[in-house]
Design a protein around this ligand. Structure first.
Ligand code: SF4
Length: 278
């Protein structure tokens, strides 16, 4: 957990679980998930990590602690001015996927829903990411059966990396109700993706390229195209980073930091960091 994260689109991070069942970024062919890489170094040896990344572990109490963090509505964020005026935005599950199989809905109710709905928890907004939106939608239905509304301060997010994984979006649309903020993390984008049919149904899109050794190319045109499509459909767009391997057509572009996260170095046409309207 991090009260003050460097991640550009939120203030803080929290993990009610650690570890994960894996996805296209962590399987037999690919080991690029940041959380998986950190678990290889620290798992089982450092307090707060799962014994191994595949061994999904519960950390009850973390959400209650995060709920007590200060209210940021009236606090300016000099390094992230696009967040000014918003409540504290807490990214849930950057080191895990809390919708992994072994995590029960009872646990998610007690640890996540109860705390975000508590008096201190309601001061913040919680941005919950999963690559298992089908299970998140089932959890949302499970809550409804118990007359529990999806909390309005919980935004639902799924991440997609290639065209195949856009199949996750239809499940994301089943989470919550018509007032729920839903968004897409299109990162790391590793191939051409067509999102036209989905854009009008989401509120926000975060975009970025892959970073690290062996990063796959991110074409600058993917950003200009998505910016234009988001404008057309009135979707807030946020370019997080260009990644470690940026190309513009056939030309490779260089940046001072290894993930091209400093937007002052980007071409003006892609310097877009918008937040959804609350
Ligand atoms: S679902 Fe998320 S946490 Fe799990 S392996 Fe994939 S990227 Fe990593």
């Amino acid at each position: 957990m991090s009260k003050n994260t460097k991640i550009q689109w939120c203030d803080s991070t929290i993990n009610p679980t650690m570890g994960c069942d894996g996805c296209e970024l962590w399987d037999t062919n690919c080991k690029s998930c940041y959380a998986g890489i950190l678990h290889k170094r620290f798992g089982g040896a450092t307090k707060g990590y799962a014994p191994s990344f595949e061994d999904v572990t519960l950390f009850p109490g973390r959400m209650a602690e995060a709920a007590r963090w200060s209210d940021l509505r009236r606090k300016n964020r000099p390094d992230k001015p696009w967040l000014n005026g918003l409540p504290r935005l807490i990214f849930v599950s950057d080191m895990s996927d809390a919708l992994s199989k072994v995590v029960t809905f009872d646990y998610l109710m007690d640890e996540v829903i109860a705390n975000v709905s508590s008096e201190p928890g309601r001061r913040h907004h919680w941005l919950w990411l999963t690559k298992r939106p089908k299970r998140m939608a089932e959890f949302s239905a499970w809550l409804r059966e118990r007359d529990i509304e999806w909390p309005s301060n919980v935004w639902a997010d799924t991440s997609i990396t290639n065209q195949k994984t856009t199949s996750r979006i239809k499940h994301l649309l089943g989470v919550g109700d018509e007032g729920t903020i839903r968004f897409l993390s299109v990162e790391p984008q590793v191939e051409e993706i067509d999102l036209k049919q989905w854009l009008r149904q989401v509120d926000w899109l975060i975009h970025g390229g892959e970073s690290g050794h062996g990063a796959r190319p991110f074409n600058l045109r993917w950003a200009t195209d998505l910016i234009e499509q988001c404008r057309r459909h009135d979707v807030a767009y946020f370019l997080k980073q260009l990644g470690s391997h940026v190309v513009d057509g056939a030309k490779r572009l260089g940046f001072e930091d290894n993930h091209a996260g400093d937007w002052k170095q980007w071409p003006k046409s892609v310097r877009v960091r918008e937040m959804p309207k609350l």
